[in-house]
Design a protein around this ligand. Structure first.
Ligand code: FAD
Length: 321
């Protein structure tokens, strides 16, 4: 019998985020022939998404469009999503392992009494069923898990599963939002971040600064390098705690998890809590003036030197390319 897998989309500024296409692919890797994929899109004034939704490689797009869903609110989103779940009756639900997915997926799992596998980095078929790989012990080891019951809930780490590229003409269903009886969480104010052209968790190149940058001004050369490479700037908690940058840039166990093609660690020692957030990067480049710095143990390329000399030189060289 065919089953439905529901993917929960993430959108920003009238665009579907890259992780949505990766989650669609994760749903496809979890499905059998004849199964159908539905996409849940929640937000306010979603008309700008029409074109991208019209050509997605899924069977159905379920839209919940309401002013209450303009900004992420866990209770409002859980309520809107529950209505989609009621309509689609999915066997599995896939979220991105993003700030929203990490918050919303457990709420939905609890509501449905579903098993959840979080932070999945790879999916493969096996005789026991679909195997989901996820990092454990701050990225020092991996475990493989499989679901034993339905429904199930999955979150996929951005930048690990190839994005779905297929094009289709999905059916569109508009589902009316039913406000929960009482909203205990109310959004008072949204402070929009103005810097950062590229989303840190989706960036192909991340240039991260540590305590060694010494000041907010010290991030400027890193920003220039990131600009030249079309990447984003990140930071260690050392740099954030020192007040050199915003905590939204923090990478690590208690910050964001990134998996770019290239991670350039500038003046970062390589503490285990930092490494937990970047060790799955495809290529790691470390710049540190201490040749014994632990970051060199996980780096593919190491430069022993002063970041204030090396980073501008790299920027200059990459500008020529
Ligand atoms: P430091 O450890 O001070 O390292 C600075 C490095 O810069 C040194 O290696 C030094 O040799 C080098 N350096 C200095 N000057 C220069 C120069 N001019 N040029 C080149 N190199 C230079 N940390 C995180 O990053 N993310 C987390 O999510 C996180 N979560 C944590 C959770 C818990 C519960 C705890 C206890 C800690 C957590 N930490 C986290 C903190 C972590 O343990 C480290 O303290 C932190 O990562 C250190 O930041 P840093 O590497 O920038 O600073």
């Amino acid at each position: 019998m065919s089953k439905t897998i529901l993917v929960v989309a993430e959108q920003r500024d009238g665009k579907l985020r890259q992780v949505t296409y990766e989650a669609i692919q994760a749903a496809k890797l979890s499905s059998n022939e004849g199964d159908v994929i539905h996409l849940a899109v929640l937000g306010s004034d979603l008309s700008g998404l029409q074109d991208s939704l019209a050509s997605l490689g899924v069977q159905k797009v379920c839209i919940v469009d309401d002013a209450d869903l303009e900004h992420y609110n866990p209770e409002a989103y859980a309520s809107g999503l529950s209505q989609v779940i009621e309509s689609s009756n999915p066997e599995g639900i896939v979220f991105g392992h993003t700030a929203i997915g990490r918050d919303l997926a457990p709420v939905i799992s609890a509501k449905l009494n579903a098993g959840q596998i979080s932070d999945v980095t790879a999916i493969e078929d096996s005789v026991e069923g679909v195997l989901y790989t996820r990092p454990i012990y701050a990225g020092k080891a991996f475990e493989q898990k499989t679901f034993q019951s339905v429904p199930w809930v999955l979150t996929v780490r951005p930048n690990n599963i190839d994005a779905d590229q297929t094009k289709g003409a999905p059916e569109v269903e508009h589902i009316s939002y039913q406000k929960p009886a009482s909203l205990r969480t109310v959004i008072q104010e949204v402070v929009q971040k103005t810097s950062g052209k590229v989303d840190l968790t989706e960036a192909k190149v991340v240039v991260a600064g540590g305590r060694a940058v010494k000041s907010a001004e010290g991030f400027k050369p890193l920003e220039e390098l990131a600009d030249v490479l079309g990447g984003a700037v990140g930071a260690s908690r050392g740099a954030c705690d020192a007040g050199y940058c915003d905590y939204s840039l923090q990478i690590g166990q208690t910050g964001k998890v990134v998996t770019p093609e290239i991670y350039i660690a500038c003046g970062i020692s390589g503490a285990i809590q930092h490494v937990a957030g970047m060790s799955q990067s495809k290529i790691i480049v470390a710049i540190n003036k201490d040749p014994e710095a632990p970051i060199f143990k996980i780096a593919d390329y190491g430069i022993v030197g002063d970041i204030f000399e090396v980073v501008p030189q790299l920027t200059e060289e990459f500008r020529k390319v």
